[in-house]
Design a protein around this ligand. Sequence first.
Ligand SMILES: Cc1ncc(COP(=O)(O)O)c(C=O)c1O
Length: 387
Amino acid sequence: MRRVYLDNNATTPVLPEVLEAMGPYFAEHFGNASSIHHHGQETRAAVERARESVAALLGCRASEIVFTSGGTEGDNLAISGLTGAGDHVISSTIEHHAVLNSCKHLEAMGCEVTYVPVDGRGLVDPDDVRRAVRPNTKLVTIMMANNETGVLQPVEEIGKIAAEADVYFHTDAVQAAGKVPIDVKRIGYDLLSISGHKLHAPQGVGAIYVRKGTILQPLFYGGSHERSRRAGTENVPGIIGLGKAADMAREALERGDLERMSAMRDQIEETILSQVEATGINGAGAPRVPNTTNIHFDYIEGEALVIALDLKGLAVSTGAACSSGAIEPSHVLTAMGLPPEIARASLRFSLGKQNTPEDVQFALDLVPQTVARLRELSPVYHAGSLK
Ligand SMILES: Cc1ncc(COP(=O)(O)O)c(C=O)c1O
């Protein structure tokens, strides 16, 4: 059976070039990057080259990059590393659980957190951030691109507000890296986390940009790896993969390759909206990353549609992979003001570098007929105003 994968915001396949770059670092160049002998030194040199590559993608110095195990660790390190009891933090209602649950933990430890709302397009109003600032505000943590809708937040304005208030600014850029240009200095970020497996590097590796001079409490205690900011022997093959994927992402952005992706995304939206009644785009009208669309198919349970499409070979999702199977409607879509039944009727399609126009056509042949079949079985559809 043909299988098409349009769930690249959950994870991406490792690109062949990335796999090839990683290959020698499993058995041939296996040294511990902290060892002073030849084996360690050749590994160390490769790790430092990968650090340069990640820094080039983000527009910072290599010494400002700390390798982590992924986006969750980066978000936790930024949030817990900067704050303590009595501090105030500003975040938003649409963050990934890596940020939301880190903030919940802070609250339990005696911090106060303000979660600024979003409008119907999924956008934070920078003025809400400005109004939320207090004398004890230590950190603003607002994501760059949302994982469910792809909506890009007004980070430039938020960065200015944070700088004027002399407050640290962290962003979860896990879903933005490789999809839009990032320049940490221009935005004024102090911290920015990324994850390898969202940009065609392997799962279990990531990085965080930490602006020079920022003092972070580490999450782990151990050796003095990563300039004492992240103890633990480096995941060398993963780091080499992340470096290669960062190079490829930067080159693709420079070449304008992502226009091909946004054209495929637009085709999905135009075809579905014109061929399937009672549908709409969540986050329409907001700036978005080029690979993501989130569409509501009214009168349908999104989970049922995901399963029906999967049975026919198409992989999409209802939202964050870690919350799939949850009965609760998406916190992101409900924060945008969608009624729970519309939030539950929503599906995310997310493209990756490996996807072709044929993949998109496969999806577009399948979705309208599957939606029609599920609606035929749906009593709410027949009782609704459409019939
Ligand atoms: C926006 C966002 N932040 C953080 C994460 C967590 O990243 P990781 O899976 O590398 O821990 C994800 C993964 O889904 C994400 O989409």
